[in-house]
Design a protein around this ligand. Structure first.
Ligand code: SAM
Length: 289
């Protein structure tokens, strides 16, 4: 039995029952794929984050299908009802923008649909993190998507410290207004790496600013970029960092505000490629001073 919903030559008038994950545009309506539009026209019901936002896309797709609001934190009964419907009907899941489940609802719905033995199909399409990687000019062979970093300073620094030693490009979502602060925190914890700020991708004011984290933090210190933003940060340099003693001390003192001495020494050792034991001794000295 084929669960393939569509092919352009042989468009069905009904979809097979199950869950259809439908990627929508991230700003430019023309990026909706023909297959995604067809699923939106044929689904029995479309689960959406915000009915007002999705009504516009359904109109654009020529869909008059009913919508039902869904969030992963919705009442459990809403999810269970959708899972029951998938036994005999096609349920499409759409987010306000881009690919569902990527910093958007859907994970629990897919998890429970699979557990219940429902068919799960995806109609892939736009996704801001992938789009940003394609224009940033930074390595794409290995990357880590971190979603939105925590707002609180300490939690954000901890989240960054956890990945500081990874040889991978880092990608985060951010709001324009917090961009300057986040870039400054990144420079502090990750070191002054190459980075890119991609904003309003696929929209009229699309722009990609590149530079070191410190340069970009300065650029956006007073006024963040307008609109929606993805931050892309290159991996640590392979060159050993020429660290001035006072920079290492400053990094140790900063890390010790968040971490016990041994962890602070480990974090700074990774950042500068220095020996952990020597930094532990130095951290103790600074602490006792
Ligand atoms: N599911 C979406 C996706 O596939 O990319 C992401 C949804 S998340 C709630 C929204 C965040 O995605 C925004 O705060 C911004 O960081 C990023 N984003 C979405 N559209 C964007 C665009 N056109 N340009 C830049 N960033 C965008």
């Amino acid at each position: 039995m084929s669960l393939q919903p569509t092919s352009t030559e042989d468009a069905p008038s009904r979809l097979a029952p199950g869950l259809y994950i439908v990627a929508g545009p991230i700003g430019n309506l023309s990026d909706l794929t023909p297959r995604a539009a067809e699923i939106l026209r044929l689904a029995d019901v479309v689960a959406v984050e915000d009915t007002r936002v999705s009504a516009k896309l359904l109109r654009h797709a020529g869909s008059e299908r009913p919508m039902i609001p869904y969030h992963d934190h919705s009442d459990e009964r809403v999810r269970q009802r959708l899972i029951e419907r998938m036994a005999g009907e096609a349920v499409a899941l759409l987010s306000d923008a881009g690919t569902p489940l990527i910093s958007d609802p859907g994970y629990k719905l897919v998890r429970d649909a699979r557990a219940a033995g429902r068919a799960v199909t995806t109609a892939p399409g736009p996704c801001a993190l992938i789009a940003a990687l394609t224009v940033a000019g930074l390595p794409t062979d290995r990357f880590l998507f971190m979603g939105f970093l925590p707002n609180k300073e300490k939690a954000r620094a901890d989240a960054l410290a956890e990945v500081a030693g990874l040889r991978a490009t880092l990608v985060t979502y951010e709001s324009g207004s917090r961009t300057g602060k986040t870039l400054a925190a990144m420079a502090e914890v990750l070191g002054n790496r190459e980075a890119a700020v991609a904003r309003e991708i696929s929209k009229a004011y699309e722009e990609v600013a590149t530079g070191t984290l410190a340069e970009l933090a300065e650029r956006y210190a007073e006024n963040g970029p307008r609109g929606e933003v993805v931050l892309v940060v290159g991996p640590p340099s392979d060159e050993p960092v020429e660290a001035a003693e006072e920079d290492v001390d400053a990094a140790l003192l900063e890390a010790m505000t968040r971490l016990p001495v041994s962890k602070a020494a480990g974090e700074v050792a990774k950042k500068y490629g220095l020996e952990r034991r020597a930094l532990y001794d130095r951290a103790q000295e600074l602490k006792d001073a």
